[in-house]
Design a binder for this molecule. Structure first.
Ligand SMILES: Cc1ncc(COP(=O)(O)O)c(C=O)c1O
Length: 393
């Protein structure tokens, strides 16, 4: 459907590629590297992101659901697609038919894959070293070695785990190092299978770079330990104080649909949860919680208009929110009658034309959530527009 909306999410694939290259350079050249593009590439559009990344050499892509993997295959993506979610036994045939590499956490997954009857089908297995979400227990290591030594149907190609806290990776006695020490004992047992080894999420990858730069040596963090970056690819920092080498990828922008004057004492939006303390200029922006702009941002978020920060006032509605333009009007010495609201761009997330940035981290922080949720909540009503200028792509 052709979009007639001024509200769009502009996805800068050049910045995505820059982030990808930066993150890849944090790890050893030969280590396993798998950009995570689950949940519609964290809201950025899985197929477009997959095409951009594979065009610059990405060999692996990670998803949570089989449906996500199939969407990529149907769009013609040829890269290795790693399926991290637990799937039902009936799905094994579809997985194998579509050449998707399962990252297995349960025995029933191994059994159902083996029963399809293919020979030497590649799988990775996941160990639970402390997250207590998915993965085999470390005490199942010997049983799994036995299984793969005997299996003709399946070939073990990789072993992985997931960190529950990557912030403290630089501390030798931190939780991340504890998990990696447990994991190290496991992967060393699997060495005869010539497996790929991966554990690091965005926080782990960024910390690993610092770790290696500082010349620290720790056997649990060898140069070949692989990573699976998610949030950092999309330009958000996984933790405070993390690298600012990441570039914002998503910019949500819109145009005002209306500017109006209200008098001191008048209220705005549902419930009049904001009342003008002086005669004010207010603007109406056509985006709301039906687009994933959280209602919790009522009276909280700030947007960019003409290079100025303007505040969301009153309750965010399903299709609209309202901003206070009064200070910006004063600061910019504007005359209301001379402004055509429909040509007034507003930036809700990301970067405006002058390079001012509203980070997903800050938008999330204001309402007690994380950039992951800010990105993944951007709804399907917001058309994604892709920018890509890199040569040869
Ligand atoms: C198994 C696995 N690996 C890697 C990631 C990427 O994590 P992040 O977005 O923090 O880099 C995720 C995301 O939750 C995940 O579930």
């Amino acid at each position: 459907v052709t979009s007639h909306r001024a509200t769009v999410a502009e996805i800068n694939l050049n910045n995505l590629i820059d982030n990808y290259r930066y993150l890849k350079s944090c790890l050893g050249e030969k280590s396993f590297f798998c950009p995570m593009i689950k949940a519609n590439a964290y809201g950025h559009g899985a197929v477009a992101v997959a095409k951009a990344l594979t065009s610059v050499g990405a060999e692996n892509l990670g998803v949570a659901l089989l449906e996500e993997a199939l969407e990529l295959r149907q769009a013609g993506i040829k890269a290795n697609i790693f399926l991290f979610g637990v799937f039902a036994s009936e799905a094994a045939k579809v997985i194998i038919e579509n050449q998707i590499t399962p990252v297995v956490s349960e025995w029933h997954q191994l059994d159902s894959l083996a029963s399809v009857g293919k020979s030497g089908y590649p799988v990775h297995i996941k160990f639970d070293t402390g997250m207590h979400r998915l993965g085999f227990s470390p005490d199942q290591t010997e049983e799994l070695i036995e299984f793969f030594s005997r299996s003709n149907a399946l070939t073990l190609k990789g072993v992985c785990t997931h960190l529950f806290l990557s912030d403290d990776l630089l501390e030798p006695t931190g939780t991340a190092m504890k998990q990696l020490s447990i994991f190290e004992k496991i992967w060393l047992r699997f060495a005869p299978f010539d497996v790929q080894v991966h554990a690091l999420n965005s926080g782990g990858i960024i910390n690993a770079l610092k770790f290696h730069r500082e010349g620290k040596i720790h056997s649990s963090l060898p140069a070949y330990l692989g990573g699976r970056p998610g949030i950092s690819l999309y330009g958000a920092n996984p933790f405070e104080g993390a690298s600012n080498s990441l570039k914002p990828v998503m910019t949500i922008k819109s145009n005002l649909v209306k500017i109006q004057r209200i008098k001191a004492g008048e209220g705005v939006s549902y419930g009049h949860r904001w009342t003008a303390s002086r005669d004010s200029f207010i603007g109406v922006v056509p985006i709301g919680y039906g687009d994933g702009f959280h209602r919790a941002h009522s009276n909280k978020a700030q947007l960019l208009w003409r290079g100025q920060k303007v505040s969301v006032i009153g309750t965010v509605c399903m299709d609209y929110l309202i901003v206070d333009l009064t200070s910006a009007f004063e600061g910019l010495k504007l005359i209301a009658d001379k402004i055509d609201p429909l040509h007034e761009e507003v930036v809700l997330l990301g970067q405006d034309k002058d390079g001012n940035v509203l980070r997903a981290e800050d938008l999330g922080h204001a309402i007690g959530t994380i950039p992951y949720e800010i990105f993944t909540n951007v709804g399907s009503r917001v058309p994604r527009e892709y920018i890509m200028t890199e040569k040869g792509i």
